[in-house]
Design a protein around this ligand. Structure first.
Ligand SMILES: NC(=O)c1ccc[n+]([C@@H]2O[C@H](COP(=O)([O-])OP(=O)(O)OC[C@H]3O[C@@H](n4cnc5c(N)ncnc54)[C@H](O)[C@@H]3O)[C@@H](O)[C@H]2O)c1
Ligand SMILES: [Zn+2]
Length: 332
């Protein structure tokens, strides 16, 4: 085997293939991948072959939460980058369209994003990427921590969109990996109260382990939060969370739910709530890596499973086989 790669051929059809080690283009680096987090979207492509309009029509490599060591560099890349541990930012935009020029490169219509059809992901031993999207990990960070810069970036983006400020009281709905990282980012942004709401007891226990107050779903709705970071996509949580915001409150909607959901109109109007969507992230990786490096954001309680690439399929099935699992990391 030269470049073991986990390739999705169809619904529940994942094959480990021997592929060529990529050669770097002039502005690219080749990274020996050391850790790839498994995300809900990878699981969804594996189970359903599609996410909405994104349909897997040809074999596709999964994985977009990756980190590893640079082993080769293109002509235009400083050769001293070889040997660096880097976190791979998985979406490379065109850099020229109006969204890119406005600084919102996450909204670039021409972005090539790992493991979003038809773009291959990073669940392989070697992968090539534009050098600017290979972010150096601070000294002391492990590859596994660096890989978590991806879901941490989602939290950074959400906390920026909702303008989390020192002293804010933040509610995070949904204590999956995204919510647990977003809650930690909110605390790092200066929130003095961060509460987490979920319907899953195990996940609430992890939130408590990370030092957060927890609310079981359905408890009395008091208006005692300045910010909602919605990370479940559950219509009930979206409505509940908004009801709990104080006047002037801000909500960032991260969780992906049904196309249409009901929101409490009077609360939004009478309390002048601000709602914003968030789509991935832009300009977050250096900060996400710093938060991980300073231990403001911990990965320990979130990463529950570690598997080799030959067991990538088991990693994709964990959410169902081990209900207490949170984040699995595959080591290619
Ligand atoms: N907007 C983006 O760019 C972006 C990026 C990454 C992930 N996401 C989305 O963020 C969400 C979270 O991702 P994840 O990987 O943590 O998913 P996850 O499925 O592991 O976590 C969702 C959590 O929500 C909880 N939940 C379900 N119903 C609830 C309710 N009524 N009240 C409170 N909690 C409830 C579940 O128990 C679970 O713990 C997903 O919807 C995902 O698609 C969005
Ligand atoms: Zn663009």
């Amino acid at each position: 085997m030269r470049n073991k790669t986990a390739v999705l051929h169809g619904v529940r059809d994942l094959r480990i293939e021997d592929r060529e080690v990529p050669r770097p283009g002039p502005t690219e680096v080749v990274v020996q991948v050391e850790a790839v987090g498994i995300c809900g979207s990878d699981i969804h492509y594996y189970e359903a072959g599609r996410i909405g309009e994104h349909v897997v029509r040809a074999p596709m490599v999964l994985g977009h939460e990756a980190a590893g060591t640079i082993v080769a560099a293109g002509d235009q890349v400083p050769p001293e980058r070889i040997g660096q541990l880097v976190a791979l930012e998985p979406g490379v935009p065109d850099g020229t369209c109006s969204q890119c020029r406005a600084g919102r490169y996450n909204l670039c219509p021409n972005v090539a994003f790992f493991a979003t059809p038809p773009v291959d992901g990073a669940l392989a031993q070697y992968v090539a990427i534009h050098e600017r999207f290979a972010h150096p990990a601070p000294a002391g960070l492990t590859a596994e921590q660096a890989a978590m810069a991806e879901p941490v970036s989602v939290g950074v983006s959400a906390c920026r969109q909702a303008a989390v400020r020192p002293g804010d009281r933040v509610l995070v709905t949904g204590a999956g990996p995204v919510g647990l990282f977003a809650a930690q980012v909110g605390r790092a942004f200066g929130a003095t109260e961060v509460a987490v709401l979920d319907v899953n007891k195990h996940r609430l226990a992890v939130a408590r382990e990370l030092g957060f107050a927890t609310l079981p779903a359905g408890v009395e709705k008091r208006q005692c939060f300045d910010v909602l970071i919605e990370c479940s996509g559950a219509p009930a949580a979206i409505a509940d969370g908004l009801e709990r915001l104080s006047p002037g409150g801000r909500a960032a909607l991260v969780g992906m739910g049904p196309q249409l959901v009901q929101v409490p109109l009077q609360a939004i109007q009478n309390r002048e709530l601000t709602l914003t969507g968030t789509f991935r992230y832009a300009n977050t990786y250096p900060l996400a890596l710093s938060l991980l490096s300073s231990a403001a954001v911990l990965t320990g309680p979130v990463i529950t499973h570690r598997l080799g690439i030959d067991d990538a399929e088991a990693a994709l099935q964990l959410a169902h086989t081990v209900p207490d699992s949170l984040k699995a990391v595959v080591t290619p």
